[in-house]
Design a protein around this ligand. Sequence first.
Ligand SMILES: C[S@@+](CC[C@H](N)C(=O)[O-])C[C@H]1O[C@@H](n2cnc3c(N)ncnc32)[C@H](O)[C@@H]1O
Length: 219
Amino acid sequence: MSSTVAADRPPIDPYPLSPYVAWAGNRNRDPILHVFKEIFPQSGNVLELASGAGNHINHFAPHFPKLQFQPSDYNVEVFETIKQNRADQKNVNVADPIKIDLTAPASWPDPKVRLYDVIFVVNLFQVAPVAIADGIAQVAARVLTKDGFVAIYGPFKVDGKYTTQSNEAFDKEILAPKVPEWGLIDVKDLERSANAHGIALKKILDMPANNFILVFGRA
Ligand SMILES: C[S@@+](CC[C@H](N)C(=O)[O-])C[C@H]1O[C@@H](n2cnc3c(N)ncnc32)[C@H](O)[C@@H]1O
């Protein structure tokens, strides 16, 4: 999700197959790709959490032919769309999606099966409970390689404050429907969960439209 209201923006709707999520993904995926080209390793395994329609993973995969990409989501309804996107783009390095519910440890991947060099997630926190941060930290602690990292893209508050007026306006907009889990969270909330599981914030990268990529690794 972005924090700037554009004329062509569909109404906010977090359903992963909604026109809004597709619009946001089409807008942010190239700036994210630009950063990932700088920080991804040459080869290895990449896990995406909360993949939704698979817009991002299928857009990124052809740019990293020696990386193997694993999409996931807790909503199995999206799996066919992820596979359709993979087929449309003829991606050979994207696996079948797997179910990972960040609130359900029984669904988390087994480190004996595979470790991941990169875990990434796009636009989850503004429409999910803050407890999700704990799930991501625990999944990272389980399956991240020693030098691996987690990249989290989205709009966040920093030190309890909005970073721009447009982020504040965006937050008001998503708080309006009064869905308890919706709203911008603070980078500190993510850091607290990460630290509790041996994961530390390494970098905060500024992204267009007042978003960030937060990079975490093993402490
Ligand atoms: C706003 S959509 C973003 C989808 C995709 N990352 C994108 O940017 O296009 C949020 C996604 O988070 C997923 N999600 C919500 N709660 C989750 C949970 N507890 N565990 C895993 N995925 C979850 C939803 O199913 C949905 O696909």
